[in-house]
Design a protein around this ligand. Structure first.
Ligand code: EPZ
Length: 419
Protein backbone atom coordinates (compact mmCIF):
# COMPACT_ATOMS: atom_id res chain seq x y z
CA UNK A 1 0.00 0.00 0.00
CA UNK A 2 1.49 3.34 -0.96
CA UNK A 3 0.78 7.01 -0.84
CA UNK A 4 1.80 10.05 -2.85
CA UNK A 5 3.36 13.07 -1.14
CA UNK A 6 2.95 16.22 -3.23
CA UNK A 7 4.38 19.72 -2.78
CA UNK A 8 1.94 21.95 -4.64
CA UNK A 9 2.13 25.11 -6.78
CA UNK A 10 5.04 24.01 -8.96
CA UNK A 11 4.67 25.24 -12.54
CA UNK A 12 4.70 22.22 -14.85
CA UNK A 13 6.09 22.25 -18.37
CA UNK A 14 7.06 19.57 -20.88
CA UNK A 15 5.84 16.58 -22.86
CA UNK A 16 4.06 13.44 -21.70
CA UNK A 17 3.42 10.24 -23.71
CA UNK A 18 -0.07 8.87 -23.19
CA UNK A 19 -0.27 5.10 -22.60
CA UNK A 20 -2.61 2.57 -24.18
CA UNK A 21 -6.25 2.57 -23.08
CA UNK A 22 -7.17 0.50 -20.00
CA UNK A 23 -10.82 0.38 -21.05
CA UNK A 24 -9.88 -0.86 -24.50
CA UNK A 25 -7.23 -3.38 -23.42
CA UNK A 26 -9.53 -5.14 -20.92
CA UNK A 27 -12.36 -6.14 -23.34
CA UNK A 28 -9.83 -6.98 -26.08
CA UNK A 29 -7.96 -9.30 -23.68
CA UNK A 30 -11.31 -11.00 -23.02
CA UNK A 31 -12.00 -11.25 -26.77
CA UNK A 32 -8.78 -13.25 -27.22
CA UNK A 33 -10.70 -16.10 -25.51
CA UNK A 34 -12.69 -16.48 -28.74
CA UNK A 35 -9.85 -18.27 -30.54
CA UNK A 36 -7.28 -20.95 -29.78
CA UNK A 37 -4.73 -19.05 -31.88
CA UNK A 38 -2.26 -16.61 -30.37
CA UNK A 39 -3.25 -12.94 -30.20
CA UNK A 40 -0.61 -10.21 -29.90
CA UNK A 41 -1.73 -6.91 -28.37
CA UNK A 42 0.48 -3.83 -28.55
CA UNK A 43 0.36 -0.62 -26.46
CA UNK A 44 -0.93 -2.50 -23.40
CA UNK A 45 0.44 -0.80 -20.26
CA UNK A 46 1.25 -2.75 -17.09
CA UNK A 47 -1.65 -1.28 -15.12
CA UNK A 48 -3.04 -2.95 -12.02
CA UNK A 49 -6.34 -3.76 -13.78
CA UNK A 50 -4.51 -5.21 -16.81
CA UNK A 51 -2.40 -7.38 -14.51
CA UNK A 52 -5.55 -8.62 -12.74
CA UNK A 53 -7.25 -9.42 -16.07
CA UNK A 54 -4.12 -11.35 -17.05
CA UNK A 55 -4.37 -13.35 -13.80
CA UNK A 56 -8.05 -14.03 -14.58
CA UNK A 57 -7.14 -15.41 -18.02
CA UNK A 58 -4.44 -17.59 -16.49
CA UNK A 59 -6.97 -18.85 -13.93
CA UNK A 60 -8.85 -20.45 -16.86
CA UNK A 61 -5.60 -21.98 -18.20
CA UNK A 62 -5.03 -19.35 -20.88
CA UNK A 63 -1.36 -18.79 -21.72
CA UNK A 64 -0.33 -15.13 -21.39
CA UNK A 65 2.93 -13.24 -21.58
CA UNK A 66 3.19 -9.49 -20.88
CA UNK A 67 6.43 -7.93 -22.12
CA UNK A 68 6.02 -4.89 -19.90
CA UNK A 69 9.02 -3.01 -21.30
CA UNK A 70 7.45 -3.03 -24.78
CA UNK A 71 3.79 -2.94 -23.65
CA UNK A 72 3.14 -6.17 -25.59
CA UNK A 73 0.62 -8.73 -24.33
CA UNK A 74 0.53 -12.22 -25.91
CA UNK A 75 -2.54 -14.38 -25.24
CA UNK A 76 -3.19 -17.98 -26.35
CA UNK A 77 -6.43 -19.59 -25.21
CA UNK A 78 -5.79 -23.00 -26.76
CA UNK A 79 -7.08 -24.96 -23.80
CA UNK A 80 -9.17 -22.53 -21.78
CA UNK A 81 -11.70 -23.65 -19.19
CA UNK A 82 -15.27 -22.30 -19.31
CA UNK A 83 -15.35 -21.66 -15.59
CA UNK A 84 -14.00 -18.36 -14.26
CA UNK A 85 -15.41 -18.62 -10.76
CA UNK A 86 -12.48 -17.63 -8.60
CA UNK A 87 -14.56 -15.27 -6.51
CA UNK A 88 -11.66 -13.48 -4.85
CA UNK A 89 -9.87 -12.79 -8.14
CA UNK A 90 -12.97 -12.02 -10.23
CA UNK A 91 -14.26 -9.63 -7.58
CA UNK A 92 -11.23 -7.38 -7.95
CA UNK A 93 -12.32 -5.76 -11.21
CA UNK A 94 -15.75 -5.25 -12.79
CA UNK A 95 -14.31 -6.01 -16.21
CA UNK A 96 -13.94 -9.68 -15.14
CA UNK A 97 -17.52 -10.16 -16.29
CA UNK A 98 -16.44 -9.43 -19.86
CA UNK A 99 -15.19 -13.04 -19.99
CA UNK A 100 -18.83 -14.24 -19.93
CA UNK A 101 -19.69 -13.59 -23.59
CA UNK A 102 -16.50 -15.07 -25.06
CA UNK A 103 -16.47 -18.19 -22.85
CA UNK A 104 -20.17 -18.87 -23.47
CA UNK A 105 -19.80 -18.39 -27.21
CA UNK A 106 -16.67 -20.54 -27.51
CA UNK A 107 -17.56 -23.39 -25.14
CA UNK A 108 -21.37 -23.30 -25.01
CA UNK A 109 -21.10 -22.77 -21.28
CA UNK A 110 -19.67 -20.23 -18.84
CA UNK A 111 -19.51 -20.05 -15.05
CA UNK A 112 -18.55 -16.55 -13.95
CA UNK A 113 -18.36 -15.08 -10.47
CA UNK A 114 -20.85 -12.25 -10.08
CA UNK A 115 -18.93 -8.94 -10.11
CA UNK A 116 -19.51 -6.88 -7.00
CA UNK A 117 -20.59 -3.28 -7.05
CA UNK A 118 -17.97 -0.69 -6.40
CA UNK A 119 -17.70 2.64 -4.63
CA UNK A 120 -19.16 4.66 -7.53
CA UNK A 121 -22.35 2.64 -7.85
CA UNK A 122 -24.17 -0.71 -7.70
CA UNK A 123 -23.21 -1.47 -11.30
CA UNK A 124 -25.69 -4.22 -12.12
CA UNK A 125 -25.26 -6.62 -15.06
CA UNK A 126 -28.93 -7.01 -16.01
CA UNK A 127 -28.36 -5.59 -19.52
CA UNK A 128 -25.49 -8.02 -20.12
CA UNK A 129 -27.66 -10.99 -19.08
CA UNK A 130 -30.73 -9.78 -21.02
CA UNK A 131 -28.65 -9.56 -24.20
CA UNK A 132 -26.98 -12.94 -23.73
CA UNK A 133 -30.40 -14.51 -23.02
CA UNK A 134 -31.69 -13.08 -26.31
CA UNK A 135 -28.83 -14.95 -28.02
CA UNK A 136 -30.16 -18.17 -26.45
CA UNK A 137 -28.27 -18.46 -23.16
CA UNK A 138 -30.00 -20.25 -20.28
CA UNK A 139 -28.95 -18.32 -17.19
CA UNK A 140 -28.93 -19.30 -13.52
CA UNK A 141 -27.38 -17.59 -10.50
CA UNK A 142 -26.38 -19.23 -7.22
CA UNK A 143 -23.67 -18.92 -4.61
CA UNK A 144 -22.39 -15.74 -6.23
CA UNK A 145 -21.82 -17.39 -9.60
CA UNK A 146 -23.69 -16.87 -12.88
CA UNK A 147 -23.99 -20.01 -15.01
CA UNK A 148 -24.75 -19.50 -18.72
CA UNK A 149 -25.45 -22.40 -21.07
CA UNK A 150 -26.27 -22.74 -24.77
CA UNK A 151 -24.96 -25.37 -27.17
CA UNK A 152 -24.74 -22.79 -29.96
CA UNK A 153 -25.82 -19.18 -29.66
CA UNK A 154 -28.18 -17.85 -32.31
CA UNK A 155 -28.01 -14.31 -33.73
CA UNK A 156 -30.80 -11.97 -32.57
CA UNK A 157 -32.13 -8.40 -32.64
CA UNK A 158 -31.12 -6.82 -29.31
CA UNK A 159 -32.13 -3.39 -28.03
CA UNK A 160 -30.25 -2.02 -25.03
CA UNK A 161 -32.43 -0.05 -22.58
CA UNK A 162 -29.28 1.97 -21.79
CA UNK A 163 -26.15 2.24 -23.97
CA UNK A 164 -24.08 0.23 -21.50
CA UNK A 165 -20.40 -0.05 -22.51
CA UNK A 166 -19.85 -3.45 -20.90
CA UNK A 167 -23.14 -4.95 -22.07
CA UNK A 168 -22.43 -3.80 -25.65
CA UNK A 169 -18.97 -5.41 -25.47
CA UNK A 170 -20.18 -8.69 -23.95
CA UNK A 171 -22.98 -9.08 -26.51
CA UNK A 172 -20.74 -8.29 -29.51
CA UNK A 173 -18.14 -10.82 -28.34
CA UNK A 174 -20.80 -13.51 -27.79
CA UNK A 175 -22.34 -12.75 -31.21
CA UNK A 176 -18.96 -13.25 -32.92
CA UNK A 177 -19.29 -17.07 -32.75
CA UNK A 178 -23.12 -17.22 -32.80
CA UNK A 179 -25.04 -18.77 -35.67
CA UNK A 180 -26.39 -15.95 -37.88
CA UNK A 181 -26.61 -12.18 -37.60
CA UNK A 182 -26.94 -10.12 -34.40
CA UNK A 183 -27.98 -6.46 -34.39
CA UNK A 184 -27.40 -4.39 -31.26
CA UNK A 185 -29.48 -1.19 -31.18
CA UNK A 186 -28.91 1.70 -28.76
CA UNK A 187 -25.38 0.33 -28.45
CA UNK A 188 -22.69 2.28 -26.59
CA UNK A 189 -20.49 4.34 -28.96
CA UNK A 190 -17.41 4.84 -26.77
CA UNK A 191 -14.15 4.65 -28.81
CA UNK A 192 -13.18 1.52 -26.87
CA UNK A 193 -16.14 -0.30 -28.50
CA UNK A 194 -14.83 0.68 -31.92
CA UNK A 195 -11.39 -0.59 -30.96
CA UNK A 196 -12.85 -3.93 -29.83
CA UNK A 197 -14.73 -4.18 -33.14
CA UNK A 198 -11.50 -3.49 -35.07
CA UNK A 199 -9.77 -6.31 -33.18
CA UNK A 200 -12.68 -8.72 -33.84
CA UNK A 201 -12.65 -7.80 -37.54
CA UNK A 202 -8.96 -8.71 -37.67
CA UNK A 203 -9.91 -12.08 -36.10
CA UNK A 204 -12.35 -12.63 -38.98
CA UNK A 205 -15.67 -11.30 -37.67
CA UNK A 206 -17.85 -9.33 -40.11
CA UNK A 207 -19.03 -6.22 -38.25
CA UNK A 208 -21.01 -3.28 -39.60
CA UNK A 209 -21.88 0.04 -37.92
CA UNK A 210 -18.65 0.34 -35.93
CA UNK A 211 -18.73 3.62 -33.98
CA UNK A 212 -22.51 4.03 -34.34
CA UNK A 213 -25.37 3.12 -32.00
CA UNK A 214 -26.42 0.20 -34.22
CA UNK A 215 -23.89 -2.57 -34.61
CA UNK A 216 -24.41 -5.66 -36.80
CA UNK A 217 -22.30 -8.78 -36.19
CA UNK A 218 -22.25 -11.73 -38.61
CA UNK A 219 -21.33 -14.75 -36.49
CA UNK A 220 -18.88 -17.36 -37.77
CA UNK A 221 -17.72 -20.84 -36.76
CA UNK A 222 -14.11 -20.11 -35.96
CA UNK A 223 -11.91 -17.07 -35.43
CA UNK A 224 -8.18 -16.72 -35.95
CA UNK A 225 -5.57 -14.93 -33.89
CA UNK A 226 -4.68 -11.32 -34.66
CA UNK A 227 -2.14 -8.58 -33.97
CA UNK A 228 -3.67 -5.31 -32.73
CA UNK A 229 -2.45 -2.02 -31.31
CA UNK A 230 -4.73 -0.71 -28.56
CA UNK A 231 -5.87 2.93 -28.91
CA UNK A 232 -4.44 5.62 -26.61
CA UNK A 233 -6.18 6.19 -23.28
CA UNK A 234 -8.51 9.18 -23.78
CA UNK A 235 -9.16 9.46 -20.02
CA UNK A 236 -5.47 9.52 -19.11
CA UNK A 237 -5.08 12.14 -21.86
CA UNK A 238 -8.00 14.16 -20.48
CA UNK A 239 -6.54 13.97 -17.00
CA UNK A 240 -3.18 15.35 -18.15
CA UNK A 241 -4.97 18.06 -20.16
CA UNK A 242 -6.61 19.22 -16.94
CA UNK A 243 -3.26 19.10 -15.14
CA UNK A 244 -1.87 21.38 -17.87
CA UNK A 245 -4.88 23.67 -17.54
CA UNK A 246 -4.31 23.90 -13.79
CA UNK A 247 -0.52 23.96 -13.50
CA UNK A 248 1.32 25.13 -16.60
CA UNK A 249 1.88 24.06 -20.18
CA UNK A 250 1.90 20.38 -21.17
CA UNK A 251 2.15 18.72 -24.57
CA UNK A 252 0.54 15.30 -24.78
CA UNK A 253 1.91 12.87 -27.37
CA UNK A 254 0.22 9.70 -28.70
CA UNK A 255 -3.38 10.93 -28.49
CA UNK A 256 -6.37 10.59 -30.85
CA UNK A 257 -7.83 14.12 -30.75
CA UNK A 258 -11.17 12.95 -32.19
CA UNK A 259 -11.73 11.07 -28.90
CA UNK A 260 -11.09 14.21 -26.86
CA UNK A 261 -13.76 16.49 -28.38
CA UNK A 262 -15.98 16.88 -25.27
CA UNK A 263 -12.96 17.58 -23.04
CA UNK A 264 -11.41 20.08 -25.49
CA UNK A 265 -14.76 21.84 -25.86
CA UNK A 266 -15.25 22.23 -22.10
CA UNK A 267 -11.67 23.38 -21.52
CA UNK A 268 -11.99 26.04 -24.25
CA UNK A 269 -15.27 27.17 -22.64
CA UNK A 270 -13.28 27.53 -19.40
CA UNK A 271 -10.77 29.80 -21.14
CA UNK A 272 -7.92 27.31 -21.53
CA UNK A 273 -5.64 27.53 -24.56
CA UNK A 274 -5.48 24.28 -26.56
CA UNK A 275 -3.43 23.64 -29.70
CA UNK A 276 -4.01 20.38 -31.60
CA UNK A 277 -1.26 19.05 -33.86
CA UNK A 278 -1.84 15.61 -35.34
CA UNK A 279 -1.31 13.02 -32.60
CA UNK A 280 -0.30 15.70 -30.09
CA UNK A 281 -2.21 18.34 -28.16
CA UNK A 282 -0.78 21.18 -26.08
CA UNK A 283 -2.71 22.62 -23.13
CA UNK A 284 -1.69 25.88 -21.47
CA UNK A 285 -2.90 27.50 -18.25
CA UNK A 286 -3.94 31.07 -19.10
CA UNK A 287 -4.01 32.37 -15.54
CA UNK A 288 -7.60 31.67 -14.57
CA UNK A 289 -10.27 29.07 -15.23
CA UNK A 290 -13.83 30.27 -15.93
CA UNK A 291 -16.18 27.83 -14.23
CA UNK A 292 -18.78 26.24 -16.48
CA UNK A 293 -21.48 23.55 -16.24
CA UNK A 294 -20.95 19.84 -16.93
CA UNK A 295 -23.48 17.10 -17.63
CA UNK A 296 -22.01 13.61 -17.99
CA UNK A 297 -23.50 11.58 -20.84
CA UNK A 298 -22.74 8.44 -22.84
CA UNK A 299 -20.21 9.06 -25.65
CA UNK A 300 -19.96 11.41 -27.51
CA UNK A 301 -21.19 13.38 -24.47
CA UNK A 302 -18.91 14.52 -21.66
CA UNK A 303 -17.39 11.36 -20.12
CA UNK A 304 -18.27 10.44 -16.55
CA UNK A 305 -14.67 9.24 -16.16
CA UNK A 306 -13.53 12.87 -16.45
CA UNK A 307 -16.11 14.31 -14.04
CA UNK A 308 -14.09 14.11 -10.76
CA UNK A 309 -11.03 15.64 -12.44
CA UNK A 310 -13.08 18.54 -13.84
CA UNK A 311 -14.63 19.12 -10.41
CA UNK A 312 -11.11 19.48 -9.10
CA UNK A 313 -10.17 22.02 -11.76
CA UNK A 314 -13.30 24.05 -11.02
CA UNK A 315 -12.53 24.40 -7.29
CA UNK A 316 -10.03 27.16 -8.15
CA UNK A 317 -12.03 28.57 -11.06
CA UNK A 318 -13.80 31.91 -11.27
CA UNK A 319 -17.53 31.87 -10.53
CA UNK A 320 -19.80 28.90 -9.94
CA UNK A 321 -20.16 25.69 -11.93
CA UNK A 322 -22.76 22.92 -11.72
CA UNK A 323 -22.04 19.27 -12.42
CA UNK A 324 -24.84 16.83 -13.22
CA UNK A 325 -23.62 13.21 -13.00
CA UNK A 326 -26.12 11.13 -14.97
CA UNK A 327 -24.22 7.83 -15.31
CA UNK A 328 -23.28 6.63 -11.83
CA UNK A 329 -25.22 7.15 -8.62
CA UNK A 330 -22.27 7.75 -6.29
CA UNK A 331 -19.51 9.50 -8.14
CA UNK A 332 -18.97 12.62 -6.01
CA UNK A 333 -16.83 11.01 -3.30
CA UNK A 334 -13.93 13.28 -4.18
CA UNK A 335 -16.01 16.30 -3.06
CA UNK A 336 -15.54 15.63 0.65
CA UNK A 337 -11.78 15.30 0.29
CA UNK A 338 -11.56 18.42 -1.89
CA UNK A 339 -13.56 20.41 0.67
CA UNK A 340 -11.01 19.37 3.30
CA UNK A 341 -8.43 21.12 1.11
CA UNK A 342 -10.49 24.34 1.22
CA UNK A 343 -12.80 23.83 -1.78
CA UNK A 344 -16.44 24.98 -1.69
CA UNK A 345 -18.52 22.11 -3.12
CA UNK A 346 -22.08 21.24 -2.25
CA UNK A 347 -23.56 17.98 -3.52
CA UNK A 348 -27.25 17.16 -3.72
CA UNK A 349 -28.21 13.84 -5.37
CA UNK A 350 -26.80 13.78 -8.88
CA UNK A 351 -25.82 17.46 -8.80
CA UNK A 352 -22.80 19.27 -7.40
CA UNK A 353 -22.35 23.04 -7.09
CA UNK A 354 -18.75 24.23 -7.16
CA UNK A 355 -17.97 27.80 -6.09
CA UNK A 356 -14.42 28.81 -7.01
CA UNK A 357 -12.12 29.74 -4.10
CA UNK A 358 -8.82 31.62 -4.14
CA UNK A 359 -6.65 28.83 -2.86
CA UNK A 360 -6.49 25.23 -1.74
CA UNK A 361 -4.20 24.07 1.07
CA UNK A 362 -2.52 20.70 1.40
CA UNK A 363 -3.60 18.07 3.94
CA UNK A 364 -3.92 14.28 4.22
CA UNK A 365 -6.55 12.91 1.83
CA UNK A 366 -7.61 9.44 0.70
CA UNK A 367 -8.31 8.12 -2.80
CA UNK A 368 -11.74 6.43 -2.76
CA UNK A 369 -11.76 5.23 -6.39
CA UNK A 370 -9.73 5.55 -9.57
CA UNK A 371 -10.92 8.87 -10.97
CA UNK A 372 -11.50 10.49 -7.56
CA UNK A 373 -7.84 9.71 -6.89
CA UNK A 374 -6.87 11.44 -10.13
CA UNK A 375 -8.90 14.45 -9.01
CA UNK A 376 -6.94 14.57 -5.74
CA UNK A 377 -3.67 14.61 -7.69
CA UNK A 378 -4.85 17.65 -9.68
CA UNK A 379 -5.79 19.47 -6.47
CA UNK A 380 -2.60 18.47 -4.65
CA UNK A 381 -0.57 19.94 -7.52
CA UNK A 382 -2.64 23.16 -7.28
CA UNK A 383 -2.62 23.52 -3.47
CA UNK A 384 -0.31 25.45 -1.14
CA UNK A 385 1.88 23.16 0.95
CA UNK A 386 2.05 19.40 1.23
CA UNK A 387 -0.71 16.93 0.39
CA UNK A 388 -0.49 13.24 1.22
CA UNK A 389 -2.78 11.02 -0.88
CA UNK A 390 -3.28 7.55 0.61
CA UNK A 391 -4.77 4.37 -0.93
CA UNK A 392 -3.10 5.16 -4.24
CA UNK A 393 -3.65 1.58 -5.45
CA UNK A 394 -6.96 2.97 -6.75
CA UNK A 395 -5.02 5.43 -8.93
CA UNK A 396 -2.52 2.84 -10.14
CA UNK A 397 -5.43 0.79 -11.54
CA UNK A 398 -5.69 3.22 -14.46
CA UNK A 399 -2.64 5.49 -14.59
CA UNK A 400 0.70 3.95 -15.57
CA UNK A 401 3.57 5.44 -13.50
CA UNK A 402 1.71 8.73 -13.10
CA UNK A 403 4.18 10.00 -10.48
CA UNK A 404 7.13 9.42 -12.84
CA UNK A 405 5.30 11.18 -15.69
CA UNK A 406 4.52 14.13 -13.39
CA UNK A 407 8.10 14.40 -12.06
CA UNK A 408 9.34 14.63 -15.65
CA UNK A 409 7.02 17.65 -16.01
CA UNK A 410 8.54 19.32 -12.93
CA UNK A 411 6.11 18.20 -10.25
CA UNK A 412 7.33 17.52 -6.72
CA UNK A 413 5.58 14.19 -6.14
CA UNK A 414 7.00 11.07 -4.53
CA UNK A 415 5.65 7.65 -3.73
CA UNK A 416 6.16 6.43 -0.15
CA UNK A 417 4.98 3.34 1.68
CA UNK A 418 1.75 3.83 3.58
CA UNK A 419 2.26 2.79 7.20
C1 EPZ B 1 -17.25 1.19 -18.47
O1 EPZ B 1 -17.85 0.61 -17.32
C2 EPZ B 1 -15.90 1.70 -18.01
N1 EPZ B 1 -15.08 0.58 -17.53
C3 EPZ B 1 -16.08 2.73 -16.90
O2 EPZ B 1 -14.80 3.25 -16.56
C4 EPZ B 1 -16.95 3.88 -17.43
O3 EPZ B 1 -17.19 4.80 -16.38
C5 EPZ B 1 -18.27 3.32 -17.95
O4 EPZ B 1 -18.02 2.31 -18.95
C6 EPZ B 1 -19.14 4.41 -18.57
O5 EPZ B 1 -18.46 5.04 -19.61
C7 EPZ B 1 -14.48 -0.22 -18.44
O6 EPZ B 1 -14.62 -0.05 -19.64
C8 EPZ B 1 -13.65 -1.33 -17.89
P1 EPZ B 1 -21.72 0.86 -18.25
P2 EPZ B 1 -19.22 -0.25 -17.48
O7 EPZ B 1 -22.16 -0.54 -18.38
O8 EPZ B 1 -19.18 -1.02 -18.74
C9 EPZ B 1 -25.69 0.93 -15.69
C10 EPZ B 1 -13.03 3.91 -15.18
O9 EPZ B 1 -12.96 4.83 -14.34
N2 EPZ B 1 -25.80 -0.48 -16.09
O10 EPZ B 1 -21.75 1.75 -19.45
O11 EPZ B 1 -19.46 -0.97 -16.21
C11 EPZ B 1 -24.57 1.12 -14.68
O12 EPZ B 1 -25.04 0.86 -13.37
C12 EPZ B 1 -14.29 3.06 -15.23
O13 EPZ B 1 -12.15 3.63 -16.03
C13 EPZ B 1 -26.98 -1.17 -15.79
O14 EPZ B 1 -27.90 -0.61 -15.19
O15 EPZ B 1 -20.27 0.94 -17.63
C14 EPZ B 1 -24.19 2.56 -14.86
O16 EPZ B 1 -25.09 3.36 -14.12
C15 EPZ B 1 -15.29 3.43 -14.15
N3 EPZ B 1 -27.09 -2.48 -16.14
C16 EPZ B 1 -24.42 2.79 -16.36
O17 EPZ B 1 -25.26 1.72 -16.80
C17 EPZ B 1 -26.07 -3.14 -16.81
O18 EPZ B 1 -26.24 -4.33 -17.12
C18 EPZ B 1 -23.14 2.79 -17.18
O19 EPZ B 1 -22.57 1.52 -17.05
C19 EPZ B 1 -24.89 -2.42 -17.09
C20 EPZ B 1 -24.78 -1.11 -16.74
Amino acid sequence: MGKFVVEGLKRLKGDVKISGSKNSALPIMAAALLTEDECILENVPSLRDVNIMERILRSVLVKTEHEEKRDIMKIKADEALFSADNNELMGKIRASFLTAGPLLSRFGRARISLPGGCSIGSRPIDLHLKGLAKLGAEISKEFGVVELKCERLKGAEIYLDFPSVGATENIIMAAALADGVTTVSNAAMEPEIGDLCSFLQKMGVEIYGKGTDTIKVVGCRRLSGAVHQVIPDRIEAGTFMLIGAACGEIRLDNVMTEHLRPIVSKLKEAGVEIVEDGESVTVKNMGCIRNTDIKTMPYPGFPTDMQPQFMSLMTLGQGTGVINETIFENRFMQAGELNRMGADIKTEGSSAIIRGVDRLTGTNVRATDLRAGAALIISALSAEGTTEISDIYHIERGYFKIDEKLRRLGADIRRVDQE
